[in-house]
Design a protein around this ligand. Structure first.
Ligand SMILES: [Zn+2]
Length: 311
């Protein structure tokens, strides 16, 4: 048995009774990548930020995580990150230029992380947590390990996710439909967004129960995008209706899985998928239907009501 697998099992093992109980405890933290995002045909960046802050406040979410990209920190961007911090949300590092580790050297990548650190560490709620753009942690085991050491030397912990999903793709469909002047049934789109994200949460929760014998404190990946700005309240309501409680992001990263660096290159779906894969789950079994662009396109087509554009 590989050493990594033994460590996973030792770390994760609980008795069946404890496992059953541990699988009833569904907790997750909300995290948003890519702030400050650009103006779109739906919201300006500042409108988007204000809507997200007020939705989090209304939903009683005390501390979400914002993994920011410092390249976009102009005056308005700075105001937006300051507003998240003032509302009690954590600001963390998502590189300076949203750099893809599959396309650059280890050294160039770490320079970009340092540049972001210099820009982001001034915010009062900044925490040295790092999230990889595209969840790309390296093209080889050697690069992955060099980056892990580099981040550690910079004083960073990994801001991993456990619940992956394609919220960015639904947001893209929404922006494209809006730009094309198509009519959108907002009530149905709100339900679709909540259904897809709650479905993802359940999927990774069940995966953890099956392969890790417990469900960890989860970290939900979202983006600072228009679809979140429109429907975050419905999403939180749907999560709560499915038995989830929303926890502060710092609590989520206290989970034992935060200390374990999975020895696999299957890292692009987050930490639970990586650990499940190490415990024996086949890679192709790890995706859920909401992580499929054809499926989302089909579902999205059903919420288009009419076209305002001349034929
Ligand atoms: Zn990103």
């Amino acid at each position: 048995m590989r050493l990594t697998l033994i460590i996973v099992l030792l770390l994760m093992h609980l008795s069946p009774a404890a496992s059953a109980q541990k699988c009833n405890d569904k907790r997750l933290a909300l995290t948003f990548d890519d702030a400050p995002t650009i103006d779109t045909g739906i919201f300006t960046g500042e409108q988007r930020t204000q809507r997200i802050i007020s939705a989090l406040q209304q939903a009683g979410v005390r501390q979400a995580g914002f993994f920011a990209v410092s390249e976009r920190l102009d005056e308005a961007g700075d105001r937006r990150l300051s507003a998240y911090a003032a509302a009690g949300h954590v600001i963390a590092n998502h590189t300076h230029s949203h750099i893809n580790l599959h396309r650059v050297s280890t050294q160039a990548f770490l320079q970009d992380v340092k540049k972001a650190h210099r820009a982001l560490s001034k915010y009062p709620t900044f925490m040295p947590l790092f999230r990889f753009p595209y969840l790309n942690e390296g093209i080889s085991a050697q690069q992955r390990d060099q980056i892990r050491i580099g981040l550690n030397n910079l004083g960073y912990r990994q801001g991993y996710v456990t619940i992956d999903n394609f919220d960015f793709y639904l947001d893209r469909l929404l922006r494209e439909a809006t730009a094309a002047g198509l009519g959108i049934d907002h009530s149905k789109l709100s339900q679709l967004y909540a259904e897809v994200i709650v479905g993802a949460a359940e999927h990774y929760h069940n995966m953890a129960c099956r392969w890790l014998d417990r469900t960890p404190a989860h970290v939900l990946l979202l983006h600072e995008n228009d679809i979140a700005a429109l429907y975050l309240n419905s999403l939180v309501t749907a999560l709560k209706a499915s038995g989830w409680s929303i926890i502060p992001v710092t609590d989520a990263y206290q989970d034992p899985i935060a200390k374990f660096m999975p020895d696999t290159l299957l890292l692009g779906q987050g930490r639970v998928a990586a650990l499940a894969h190490l415990a024996g789950a086949a890679a192709e079994s790890l995706r859920h239907q909401g992580e499929n662009t054809d499926y989302l396109q089909q579902r999205f087509a059903s919420i288009i009501t009419e076209s305002d554009t001349p034929h």
